[in-house]
Design a protein around this ligand. Structure first.
Ligand code: AMP
Length: 596
């Protein structure tokens, strides 16, 4: 199975080239209101992309637009920023609506618009899509959300039930219009459009412009400005794309093994959240790997220092969030590990583009939990590349690799000479222990030099069994981070995670001055637990993990989530992340641990 990426799918540089930079305009010249300019700066956008520099002024001037642009061109900001400029955050009620073909895109667009609205107090965005209960969506609309992002079917359902009214809508976006028509939403889209006032502004985005889309534009848009942007293609590069099925809780162990046998000079490990960056980075350091992490929490100047260390070879592994790794260009990176499968194919393509640079060969390895396999298929469909499944190295392979490296260095060492003292010592040892097999002796010396105990039949049992089970029984077991299910459902899922007591994560850590006693106090005081219910506590920078073997009921979770400790709400939830220190020796610089 070949897994080489067609060059055209790889961005050649950074997010700034995913979104085709253009000369001239800056965000300051686009005419955006100050709070939106600030939000864009916060997000680290410096230069508007081609679609942004053309669409934003036209939309701010009140024009309708037809944008022929794909994901990755920066189209979400191109329509999302003017959308927010058109909405009055001080007035409750739906003023703007974005229709998207899929639930994933709806969530993604809602998240993006929410991030653009950081400095617009009072502004609320709600995502509405099928397969999810009506009531929370209905409540969010009733609370006065000004922006609705949704799939046509669910939007219509809300319209039919009277839980969504669009007669105050001033701004409407059809995102990925070709996809919506292809999925059979033409009639639904027409009905939604017909429920909005005639004088609303419309932005239609589509990757292609077939006749049916032209007809929609002619029928519903008023003298639209047409903007077409192509995605920039890339430098020629080759990345071998692979994946391995790894249950979530074994990802750290699997990563340790992968890093132990990789031939890559440097590796970048992508994670989704800041918390995961810190956890995975610390867990690797605990295992003696030369690793560091960068995320939005790490100051820009520190990030630059860390990247310089990676470039110079002082650091081998960088754990990073997508945002923090933007623009990262380090030739030494021979391996990209996706600790999780990204939600968007675009992010995936961007991540793996960090390797295979400057004409070198690179490898990308994605860890996929059994439950995430459908996400992988989506990426394969979008990128039109079949990923190659690879096994995680076994402990024996890790040892063999270390030995091979060590023995590979022996000719050079022999060349250096000055071995007399060793030769004499070995001869004396053999004389003193007649019958010693020299190979046996050399094997023991090698094991000591390699520094591991060598695989035993029991070694890695847990991890290897789990890897084998996961590989053979796709679609079972677990579900991964970013968990948006209600607490009760999460608790049920938790019981499926094999072994170990339930661990809970609270959003308060060292940074907030959290002490174990304060956490226990909150759990026993507000949560009604006894001291005995609370197990081990590990405190990290921005969060802490706590074992509560007996679990928590949904209402206790709810109450505790709002409880403030060290000035911040606990936001307690089941920890679905990696377990730092899992199978590793105690760190000297790791998390602070407490027992109760
Ligand atoms: P989109 O095409 O809207 O899905 O955006 C693709 C990616 O580019 C997203 O991760 C955006 O956050 C990012 N992005 C959008 N506009 C810019 C910009 N002007 N500069 C840098 N990154 C951007």
């Amino acid at each position: 199975m070949s897994a080489l990426v067609p060059p055209a799918l790889l961005p050649d540089d950074s997010a700034a080239d995913v979104v085709t930079p253009v000369d001239g305009p800056t965000f300051a010249t686009l005419g955006l209101p100050a709070p939106l300019e600030r939000a864009v700066a916060d997000l680290g956008f410096v230069t508007p992309s081609a679609i942004q520099s053309q669409a934003v002024p036209a939309l701010l001037a009140g024009r309708d637009i037809v944008g022929v642009a794909q994901t990755g061109t920066g189209k979400t900001a191109a329509f999302g920023l003017p959308l927010l400029a058109a909405v009055d955050a001080g007035t409750a009620g739906v003023q703007a609506i974005v229709l998207t073909p899929t639930r994933e895109l709806a969530m993604q667009v809602a998240d993006a618009i929410t991030s653009f609205a950081t400095h617009l107090p009072g502004l609320a965005v709600v995502a509405v899509y099928g397969g999810s209960p009506f009531l929370p969506q209905q409540r969010a609309i009733a609370r006065g959300a000004q922006v609705v992002v949704g799939t046509p079917g669910r939007v219509l359902d809300h319209l039919d039930r009277g839980t969504l009214v669009l007669d105050q809508v001033r701004y409407l976006v059809l995102d990925e219009a070709d996809e919506m028509l292809r999925m059979g939403f033409a009639e639904d889209v027409d009905r939604v459009l017909a429920s909005t006032p005639d004088r609303r502004q419309v932005a239609l985005f589509s990757a292609t412009m077939p006749a049916p889309i032209r007809r929609v534009a002619e029928q519903h848009l008023h003298q639209p400005v047409e903007i077409t942007v192509a995605r920039q293609s890339s430098t020629v590069t080759t990345v071998r794309q692979t994946y391995a099925v790894v249950p979530y809780r074994h990802k750290i162990g699997a990563l340790g093994r992968v890093l132990a046998v990789t031939d890559a000079d440097a590796t970048i490990v992508f994670v989704r959240t800041r918390g995961a960056a810190e956890e995975v980075g610390s867990a690797l350091v605990e295992r003696g790997i030369s690793a560091a992490h960068i995320s939005g929490d790490v100051a820009q100047s520190d990030r630059e220092k860390i990247v310089d260390r990676l470039r110079s070879g002082a650091l081998d592994v960088l754990v990073a969030t997508d945002v923090a790794a933007r623009g990262l260009d380090v030739e030494r990176i021979g391996l990209v590990v996706n600790f999780d499968v990204p939600r968007e194919a675009e992010t995936y393509v961007h991540r793996i583009g960090r390797t295979g640079r400057a004409g070198r060969e690179g490898v990308a390895l994605s860890f996929v939990t059994p439950a995430e396999q459908s996400r992988l298929r989506t990426i394969e469909r979008t990128t039109r590349v079949t990923l190659e499944q690879v096994p995680i190295p076994t402990p024996a392979e890790v040892s063999a690799h270390r030995v091979a490296l060590l023995l590979g260095r022996t000719p050079a060492r022999a060349e250096l000479g000055r071995l007399d003292v060793y030769r004499e010592a070995v001869a004396a040892h053999l004389a003193a222990h007649p019958g010693t097999d020299p190979i046996e002796l050399l094997a023991a010396v090698t094991a000591l030099a390699v520094g591991d105990e060598g695989p035993t039949p029991r070694d890695g049992d847990d991890l290897d069994d789990a890897l084998e089970r996961a590989r053979l029984t796709p679609g079972r077991h677990e579900r991964v981070g970013g968990d948006d299910r209600p607490p009760r459902e999460r608790r049920r899922a938790e019981t499926h995670i094999a072994g170990g007591p339930p661990r809970w994560r609270v959003a308060v850590g060292h940074r907030d001055g959290l002490q174990p006693g304060a956490l226990v106090g909150a759990l026993t005081g507000e949560g009604g637990l006894t001291g005995k219910d609370v197990g081990k506590i590990d405190i990290f920078g921005s969060f802490a993990l706590v074992d509560i073997p007996g679990g928590l009921s949904a209402d206790v979770v709810d109450r505790l989530s709002r409880t403030r400790v060290a000035g911040r709400p606990l936001r307690i939830r089941v920890d679905t992340g990696p377990r730092p220190g899992h199978g590793a020796s105690r760190p000297s610089h790791g998390p602070q641990r407490g027992r109760h």
